[in-house]
Design a protein around this ligand. Structure first.
Ligand code: PEP
Length: 245
């Protein structure tokens, strides 16, 4: 399967930062993996213009479960698609924390994304307290079951395992710990959507991935790429991660 290097710019970036996209595209005209950048909603359309004709795909960071209506401040999957997005990140831990998003809401958003023709990148992961309590697999299994929509396939679903305590902290689980959780996700996904589809779903690791640790993480079984926050903002850093895939 073709791996995926996905960048999450979070609430960072204005038009001036699009030079990074141009630099990334020039440095990696034919990458060995799929490359995705998810800027703030304000930049989706402009980034899609800059990325047109390159290997870089563009995604949103969230969408509403409805396609239109009285939902001030929200955007729909159809709107993202029209703006040039082909993917959308859903259920990122910052959305679950900042906006109280539940598994059921993430599942509804993912269903809307699939219906619109977007690929849903569904994020799951335990907090530090949950890991310390030995509940990692329990939490990840529950989030996976509750967040994956009906109709998910290898073509329209990506799962990102992101331990909350590893995001933006410089800390990561050990390599065996990452491999264990990814194997568990593959097994649970098989039960949810069947062996044929589950085998092709890309399972990304996310949480403090950087050029210096990317190679060893990507070598793990069932790690099919990365969701990268801080290190996706600069073409040089993200490019080095792309090269490691
Ligand atoms: C993320 O935001 O999804 C993430 C993994 O962030 P960072 O790479 O900065 O830890």
């Amino acid at each position: 399967m073709r791996k995926l290097a996905a960048g999450n710019w979070k609430m960072n970036g204005t038009a001036a930062n699009l030079t990074e996209v141009t630099a990334l595209a020039q440095a990696h005209p034919t990458p060995a993996c799929d490359v995705l950048l998810c800027p703030p909603a304000t930049l989706v359309s402009r980034m899609a213009d800059v990325a047109r004709g390159t290997a870089i795909k563009v995604g949103g960071q969230d969408c509403h479960a409805k396609s239109s209506g009285a939902h001030t401040g929200d955007i729909s999957a159809e709107m993202l698609l029209e703006s040039g997005a082909s993917y959308v990140i859903l259920g990122h831990s910052e959305r679950r924390t900042d906006h109280g998003e539940t598994d059921a809401q993430v599942q509804a958003k993912a269903a809307a994304a699939l219906a619109a023709g977007l690929v849903a990148v569904v994020c799951i992961g335990e907090t530090e307290a949950e890991r310390d309590a030995g509940r990692t697999l329990d939490v990840v299994g529950t989030q996976l079951h509750g967040s994956v929509p009906d109709g998910a396939t290898a073509a329209n679903l990506v799962i990102a395992y992101e331990p909350v305590w590893a995001i933006g902290t410089g800390r990561t689980p050990t390599l065996p710990e990452i491999a264990d959780v990814h194997a568990f996700i593959r097994t649970r996904l098989t039960a949810r959507i069947g062996q044929q589809q589950a085998a092709g779903v890309r399972l990304l690791y996310g949480g403090s991935v950087k050029p210096s640790n990317a190679t060893e993480i990507f070598a793990l079984p069932n790690v099919d790429g990365a969701l990268v926050g801080g290190a996706s903002l600069k073409a040089a850093d993200f490019g080095a991660i792309i090269s490691a895939l």
